[in-house]
Design a protein around this ligand. Structure first.
Ligand code: ATP
Length: 211
């Protein structure tokens, strides 16, 4: 679609997506536009390495919600490869698998600027940066160049910035609103609202099983 690259440019957008919301869709859209991406892959994590002690909704439901959220967007696709993999869903494993499947594509890993602040402590971060260009979603006030991502073995990898309108929506906010019987209309796509209602999601706190 971009016409700027023969090899194709793919955005890789991972997350828990519990649930997918308008913040995710706007972020993916901005990245697609700014980086001239041919497609953005939404990749739900089976188990996010950043929240090993938290329980998420079943993977099958998160996958259905992502499908519903992106239906009709021609550049958005869902990729379920992390869901069948045991253990923490490391981006490096996902990027290696994507590179194996399609050597010619140029990949951009789309990350919230908040994730950049701890990127150096990711699993094999240099390899991640070798397999994909890093695209940081920056909202007004974010200064990723002033952040220290914590690389102890040399300078941090390069990144590109994708400025986006600040939308203070998160999975945490949506779940809390549902639990508090508040409306989530206009914060998540209608089709996602329907799945949340039909499946009775988020009505009880399931994320801290020890409590
Ligand atoms: P939670 O509150 O459960 O952590 P989340 O929506 O912040 O929910 P994920 O579903 O894991 O978390 O998000 C996937 C990716 O989308 C992350 O890189 C995150 O930084 C980014 N993201 C989430 N919400 C927004 C938003 N409102 N604007 C920009 N990026 C976002």
């Amino acid at each position: 679609m971009s016409g700027s690259s023969d090899r194709g440019r793919t955005g890789v957008f991972g997350g828990t997506f519990d649930p997918p919301h308008l913040g995710h869709l706007v972020a993916a859209q901005e990245a697609a536009e700014v980086l001239s991406l041919d497609r953005v892959l939404f990749i739900p994590a089976r188990q996010s390495p950043h929240r090993m002690d938290e329980e998420a909704s079943p993977a099958s439901l998160r996958l259905s919600m992502v499908r519903a959220a992106i239906a009709g967007h021609d550049r958005f696709e869902v990729e379920d490869l992390e869901l069948g993999r045991e253990g923490p869903s490391y981006s490096v494993d996902t990027l290696e698998e994507l590179a194996r499947r399609d050597e010619s594509s140029e990949r951009y890993l789309i990350l919230g600027a908040d994730q950049w602040a701890r990127f150096g402590s990711w699993h094999r971060p240099r390899e991640v940066a070798r397999l994909a260009r890093l695209a940081l979603l920056t909202r007004e006030g974010d200064r990723p160049s002033a952040m220290d991502p914590g690389f102890e073995d040399g300078p941090a990898p390069e990144f590109v910035e994708v400025p986006m309108t600040r939308l203070d929506i998160s999975g945490t906010l949506i779940r809390a609103r549902v639990r508090g019987r508040r409306s989530i209309r206009f914060l998540v796509p209608e089709a996602v609202c329907r799945i949340i209602e039909v499946e009775n999601l988020y009505l009880r706190e399931i994320r801290s099983p020890g409590e």
